[in-house]
Design a protein around this ligand. Structure first.
Ligand code: ACO
Length: 324
């Protein structure tokens, strides 16, 4: 018998305000047609003026706890994957901890940009397997609208705000792929790729939050290579073929990246969860937002095998294989 981190429930939160492509076209020289053709994005959600990352995170966490039917008093670990924290410190996860009324265990943020949720799965899985946590909240929450240069049409059309969360709990497993919960995680980074995707500010450089800068073509090229590599590593580790995957729940950056991954895995479109059309790229929040949608609408069922993959600034990238 081994300890597995089983996912007991999920939840998400999106701000009220929707920003359509047509509305964006009133601010920068772009069009609904260009954005949809190149990215698949139709609209995105934007946080209210006084709405913080911790507010979105708290709402997603509460929804996940309710879905899992787990009392908040059981939570002994809160990890918030975010690149847009409320403040430089303390960690947004500690604000969520206070908002939820949790007074035990650990709480910290994890910074791996769009790979944050997959990195978070890896860290939470380890802490649960080593007995340091029993009931964990893993949240991906972002207010990317705050670090976008709204004059730069090549980036401001791509991102949105939102949050998603899951509740994980220690359970016994057999140690093979029939177990529910996290089966494997593979995480990677290559700091040489800094200039392809970064924010041009920070507390120790400019003293400001800065704006996102990106070489779109290079990010695209790397994404369609690195994510399938991470997926292959997960399949190999469990001695499975792509046909074992019931659902691909990828980071939602661009429909063309997602379709390229699905094709490489030979997965029919219907087995790939897509929300980029409605949410745009919500960085660390995109996977739990997509997961929650597919669980709540009944597509993902208990026992299904799920592959997650993400890539983000750094570059960081990785995959997670789990049975729901
Ligand atoms: N509207 C209209 N035209 C635009 C826009 C816009 N919003 N943005 C750029 N253009 C123009 C460019 O200026 C360029 O014009 P030019 O030919 O006169 O110079 C033209 O469109 C083509 O630009 P490209 O950059 O070549 O367009 P491309 O086909 O590469 O698409 C895109 C750009 C959508 C950004 C693509 O490269 C991409 O999706 N890259 C991945 C980026 C990504 O997903 N980043 C998210 C973070 S990382 C992650 O999550 C994996």
């Amino acid at each position: 018998m081994i300890v597995r981190a089983k996912i007991k429930g999920c939840g998400s939160y999106l701000p009220e305000r929707i920003l359509t492509n047509d509305q964006l076209a009133e601010r920068v020289e772009t069009s609904d047609e260009w954005i949809q053709q190149r990215t698949g994005i139709k609209h995105r959600y934007i946080a209210g003026e006084n709405e913080l990352t911790s507010d979105l995170a708290t709402k997603a966490a509460l929804a996940a706890l309710e879905h899992a039917n787990i009392n908040v008093s059981e939570v002994d670990l809160i990890v918030c994957a975010t690149a847009t924290p409320d403040e430089t410190f303390p960690a947004t996860a500690t604000v969520v901890q206070k908002n939820l009324g949790v007074t035990k265990g650990a709480a910290f943020d994890l910074q791996a940009v769009c790979s944050g949720f997959v990195y978070g799965l890896s860290v939470v899985d380890s802490l649960i397997q080593t007995g340091q946590a029993k009931t964990a909240l893993l949240i991906g929450a972002e207010t990317f609208s705050r670090i976008l240069d709204w004059e730069d049409r090549s980036t401001c059309v791509l991102f949105g705000d939102g949050a998603g969360a899951i509740v994980l709990q220690a359970e016994e497993g057999n140690g093979d792929t029939s177990d529910s919960g996290i089966l494997s995680t593979h995480i990677y980074a290559d700091g040489r790729c800094h200039d392809a995707l970064y924010v041009d500010g920070g507390p120790s450089s400019t003293g400001t939050a800065g704006f996102l800068r990106m070489e779109g073509k290079e990010v695209f090229r790397q994404a369609v290579t690195r994510m399938p590599e991470a997926i292959d590593a997960a399949l190999k580790k469990s001695d499975l073929g792509p046909e074992a995957i019931d659902w691909l729940v990828p980071h939602q950056a661009n429909i063309r990246i997602i379709e390229a991954m699905g094709k490489k895995l030979k997965l029919p479109k219907e087995r790939v969860v897509v929300t980029v059309d409605k949410h745009a790229n919500t960085s660390a929040a995109s996977i739990p937002l997509a997961l929650t949608e597919a669980v709540y609408d009944g597509r993902i069922k208990r026992g299904d095998m799920i592959m997650m993959a993400a890539m983000g600034g750094g570059f960081t990238w990785g995959s997670a294989l789990l049975r729901w």
